[in-house]
Design a binder for this molecule. Structure first.
Ligand SMILES: Nc1ncnc2c1ncn2[C@@H]1O[C@H](COP(=O)(O)OP(=O)(O)O)[C@@H](O)[C@H]1O
Ligand SMILES: [Mg+2]
Length: 242
């Protein structure tokens, strides 16, 4: 065997604590593992540390204590974190931060600069992604010319631009109508089947029910884990299928 390290988990948090200035303990000794291709939903009341957890996974914040290991590498030991943020993870955040002076297409193209793709390939890929989120005819619009739900979908397309191994999403369906939510969840399931690991924060129990596992947080801690009935049924079916 060339690779003696057997990686069991795609994401592994061990004793992760984040204390903000002013002694605010946003995360308090969180242990959590997520497997490759798994879709996990994080739920819990406002202020319980959900966004902080995603920020640590996306390396846009660092823990006060504990370790965050992604695909076998401790994020604290990665020298080029901007590479990690651009190539390994895709981020969809509540405030989607599209650049207001750029069209929808250019916003999706942006993270592909500095990658192996040519200008032509970048544009083609961005167009495909906009079609994927049902915005094929909106590519030349500025963010101010799009609805909240449409902007959210541009942010989703942008997060997928570099085929991230891990997709992190904070309330991704918060401003989507039910048809768009349904299509987004179908897209997530497709990505998950292709091996993308997905960690998403949601308040919507129907959205959480589409995940493989639901993690419930309170006061900076993971207090419960459950498998939605649908996931249990399909896992059971997989277990009994010869
Ligand atoms: N940059 C920050 N500085 C100080 N406190 C923060 C900061 N970000 C979040 N917090 C606090 O940390 C706790 C967890 O916040 P957050 O992770 O945003 O929770 P959630 O996403 O579950 O609503 C809250 O008490 C929040 O006020
Ligand atoms: Mg939050």
């Amino acid at each position: 065997m060339n690779d003696p390290i057997v990686r069991q988990h795609d994401v592994e948090l061990a004793g992760v604590t984040r204390i903000y200035p002013g002694h605010v303990t946003a995360l308090d000794g969180v242990n959590l593992t997520v497997d490759c291709g798994e879709m996990v939903a994080i739920t819990g009341p406002s202020g319980c540390g959900k966004s902080t957890l995603l920020h640590l996974l996306g390396a846009i914040d660092i823990p006060t204590a504990g370790s965050v290991v992604v695909r076998g590498r401790n994020l604290a030991e990665i020298a080029d974190l901007s590479w990690y943020r651009r190539q390994e993870v895709g981020l969809v955040f509540q405030f989607h931060n599209l650049l207001p002076q750029l069209t929808a297409l250019s916003n999706v193209v942006l993270p592909m600069f500095g990658t192996h793709r040519s200008a032509r390939q970048r544009n083609t890929r961005a167009r495909e992604l906009l079609v994927e989120v049902d915005l094929g005819d909106c590519e030349d619009r500025l963010p101010t010319e799009l609805s909240g739900g449409e902007r959210q979908r541009v942010a989703i397309a942008r997060a997928l631009a570099n085929d991230p191994k891990i997709l992190l999403a904070d309330e991704p369906t918060g401003s989507l109508d039910s048809a768009s939510t349904e299509r987004f969840l179908d897209l997530l399931e497709r990505l998950s089947r292709q091996g993308t690991t997905i960690v998403m924060v949601t308040h919507d129990s129907e959205v959480a029910a589409r995940a493989h596992r639901i993690i419930e947080m309170r006061d900076g801690k993971v207090i419960a884990e459950s498998a939605p009935r649908r996931a249990m049924t399909s896992r059971l079916a997989a277990a009994v299928t010869p």
